[in-house]
Design a protein around this ligand. Structure first.
Ligand code: PEP
Length: 250
């Protein structure tokens, strides 16, 4: 099956109302009419309502940087999937390494967030990836197994028909150090193989994105790998020109 490439910008906690509006306007202006590449942006939650207006009727998908593991109630600081759906959000990053490392999100919590996204018709972008220490101790595949396993145990392999996986080696995020094409393909192939052992059709249709210091000058080679179906872009997604160049590489 030919998988459609997907490139998603994760703006993290950056920008202002004005700069985020300009960024989205510049992205819309620069994307070709019927782009073969699917494009998404994940602004800070507080900017979602305005960005949703700018994206109304456009092909660029709107994403959230996280989603609550509950629908409503006494969960200070969280934003639920039904709330996001009110603003036409269709993507939700879950398990980003910054959430795991800085805010203590466990595999179990990430799996619950993922399940809520699925249950409310959002497409979760499930981030998985190893630290440098884990890679150097040959634990990369074991880490992926554990992170993916928590989600598969709770939601099942069929849920991946509605999900995207992002392989993001922690040592490559925001560091300027990118995985080599071989390193990226090796883990992407491993993930697809693991899913294929459970359900070949799901594995074949699954978009697996690479994330970690993707820039216009390394995107073509990374996206050219057989199991790399696009990217989750941090730093370079804050600059419309760089982001568009990456989108056009996919
Ligand atoms: C990310 O945070 O998902 C990411 C890939 O960041 P960067 O592109 O800045 O490494």
């Amino acid at each position: 099956m030919a998988r459609r490439p997907l490139v998603v910008g994760n703006w993290k906690m950056n920008g202002t109302r004005a700069s985020s509006q300009k960024l989205v306007a510049d992205i819309l202006a620069g994307l070709p009419g019927n782009s073969p590449v699917e494009v998404g942006v994940c602004p800070p939650a507080v900017f979602i309502p305005e960005i949703a207006q700018s994206l109304a009727g456009k092909s660029v998908r709107l994403g959230a940087q996280n989603v609550a593991d509950q629908d409503e109630g006494a969960y200070t600081g969280e934003v639920s999937a039904p709330m996001l759906r009110e603003f036409n959000v269709s993507l939700a990053i879950v398990g980003h390494s910054e959430r795991r490392a800085l805010y203590g999100e466990t595999d179990a919590l990430v799996a619950s967030r993922y399940a809520k996204a699925i249950g409310h018709g959002l497409t979760p972008i499930l981030c998985v990836g190893e630290t440098l220490e884990e890679r150097e101790s040959d634990a990369t595949f074991a880490v992926i197994d554990k992170q993916l396993g928590a989600v598969l145990d709770l939601s099942g392999v069929e849920s991946l028909k509605q999900a995207v996986i992002a392989y993001e080696p922690v040592w490559a995020i925001g560091t300027g150090r990118t995985a080599s094409t071989e390193q990226a393909q090796e883990v992407h192939g491993y993930i697809r193989g693991k899913i294929a052992a459970l359900n070949a059709e799901v594995a074949d249709g699954l978009q697996i994105l690479y994330g970690g210091s993707v820039k216009p000058d390394n995107a073509v080679a990374l996206f050219g790998q057989p199991d790399v179906d696009g990217g989750l872009i941090g730093g370079a997604s804050l600059d419309a020109k760089s982001f568009l160049a990456i989108c056009l590489s996919a």
